[in-house]
Design a protein around this ligand. Structure first.
Ligand code: AMP
Ligand code: GLY
Length: 430
């Protein structure tokens, strides 16, 4: 492949991992990241662009002869940046806004799954003007827990798992009155509580077919043993002992390909990453949610395992050519990511704390930046809730966990917090 200039959108740990993998691609020409972070500066040039201003993005793409735009986070996808660039003949990796509704609207995802028999929990939808019916449904419900979800992007704050009627009523009231949620929750999804082990499966799609990249487990809660508040994700490991290659193929046949076919049949073909949040129940894998992009921090453990050129994969996704490439993944090693966060996260935290002790990058160890910045004196300081991602590779899960924590022990900043049990739920299964 000829060398190709790439524009990457985003600024988190996921985007540093993407920038790192793009930089390692044999096909990379110039790499621009907007807005990027101090970590992505090692991989390419950070540039300031207002990504909501699609015309400005297009002008940048034309001026810099960008051959591929890669969108990291969900919001620009939901806002239609891929649609806009496609209309102007520019290659952009990720779904269109219509297809990104799989993440943007839980009710849309549920309706598609129901229509095309993709396994998911039973559910009921309530419109904004059907609040009384939702209250009556809660009143009459006899099996607990029950799951209530606000429709729309609610930054992880729109899901309530209610153990009893009182909690469900409280969740309903909260959803109706919270200003941030009431915008999202013009519809309400009430769904069956699924029991089992939660696992995420990442597939790349080209509108017509799909290849599974890898499975991973996130650690969403702030506290050890999966306790406390929900966060963006405090660590991840991959691959998981929950799913072997046969189980992944089964998920591809029962969930991923039927979804790709369903979206094509609906006239909104799905391209880009399909992130399947699954519950492994006694009835088999069931979908909890879909996301339309890589997970953060799951991306940080998947991309280092990728042996095929990432740009080649992304171009095959954009141009409907996945059938023509053989995607190779290192399934012999284990990858662990420990997220280092600011004390107080996911609530209030301080910024501007000096960071020291980041080890040099090697084949087996990477430190991807999330919330960092350079201060006026050029020192690296904290600038967000999730600050750094320490990613290690080893032959066993146990070794990869130890190696990640060894590296963590050298890094410090005031108020550094991290979970000490990343990967422990995987170790239990060996
Ligand atoms: P979501 O925002 O849909 O990913 O939901 C956040 C978390 O809530 C998931 O990662 C699950 O741990 C949990 N959850 C969501 N839906 C269900 C369900 N139907 N049954 C059990 N747990 C669920
Ligand atoms: N780590 C969860 C997510 O990216 O949504």
């Amino acid at each position: 492949m000829e060398s190709i200039n790439v524009l990457l959108i985003g600024s988190g740990g996921r985007e540093h991992a993407l920038a790192w993998a793009l930089r390692n691609s044999p096909s990379i020409g110039k790499l621009f990241i907007t807005p990027g972070n101090p970590g992505t500066e090692f991989c390419g040039e950070n540039v300031e662009l207002d990504i909501r201003d699609h015309e400005a993005v297009l002008a940048f793409i034309e001026a810099n002869e960008i051959g591929l735009t890669v969108v990291g986070p969900e919001q620009p996808l939901v806002d239609g940046i891929v649609d806009f660039l496609e209309t102007h003949g520019k290659a952009a990796f990720g779904p269109t806004s219509g297809a990104a509704r799989l993440e943007g609207s839980k009710s849309f995802a549920k309706e598609i799954m129901q229509k095309y028999n993709v396994p998911t929990g039973n559910f009921r939808l309530f419109e904004r003007n059907e609040w009384a019916a939702a209250e009556a449904f809660v009143e009459d419900n006899e099996t607990w827990p029950m799951v209530l979800k606000a429709d729309g992007l609610a930054a992880g704050k729109g899901v309530f798992i209610s153990k009893n009627k009182a909690e469900a009523k409280e969740a309903l009231e909260y959803m109706q009155n919270d200003p941030a949620l009431s915008a999202a929750s013009y519809r309400l999804v009430i769904e069956e509580y699924l029991e089992g082990e939660e696992v995420s499966v990442f597939a790349v799609c080209d509108g017509d077919t799909a290849t599974i990249l890898m499975d991973a487990q996130d650690h969403k809660r702030i506290g050890e043993g999966d306790t406390g508040l929900n966060t963006g994700g405090m660590g991840a490991y991959a691959p998981t002992p929950v799913l072997d290659q046969d189980a992944l193929e089964d998920i591809r046949q029962r969930i991923v390909l039927p979804m790709v076919d369903a979206m094509a049949a609906e006239g909104i073909p799905y391209k880009g990453i399909l992130y399947c949040g699954l519950m492994m129940t006694t009835k088999g894998p069931q979908v909890i949610e879909f996301n339309c992009r890589f997970g953060d921090p799951e991306c940080q453990v998947i991309l280092p395992a990728l042996e095929t050129d990432l740009i080649e994969i992304m171009m095959a996704s954009v141009y409907g050519k996945l059938d023509y490439i053989d995607i190779k993944i290192d399934t012999e090693s284990y990858y662990t990511c420990v997220v280092l966060a600011s004390e107080g996260y996911p609530r209030k935290y301080e910024k501007g704390k000096a960071i020291t002790g980041i080890p040099a990058d090697s084949d087996n160890l990477h430190v991807f930046h999330s919330g960092t910045k350079k201060d006026d004196d050029g020192r690296l300081v904290t600038n967000g809730g999730r600050v750094l991602n320490v990613v290690s590779k080893a032959d066993t899960l146990s070794d990869s966990i130890h190696k990640a924590y060894d590296a963590v022990s050298n890094i410090s900043f005031d108020g550094m917090y991290y979970r000490k049990d990343i990967g422990a739920k995987g170790l239990k299964r060996f």
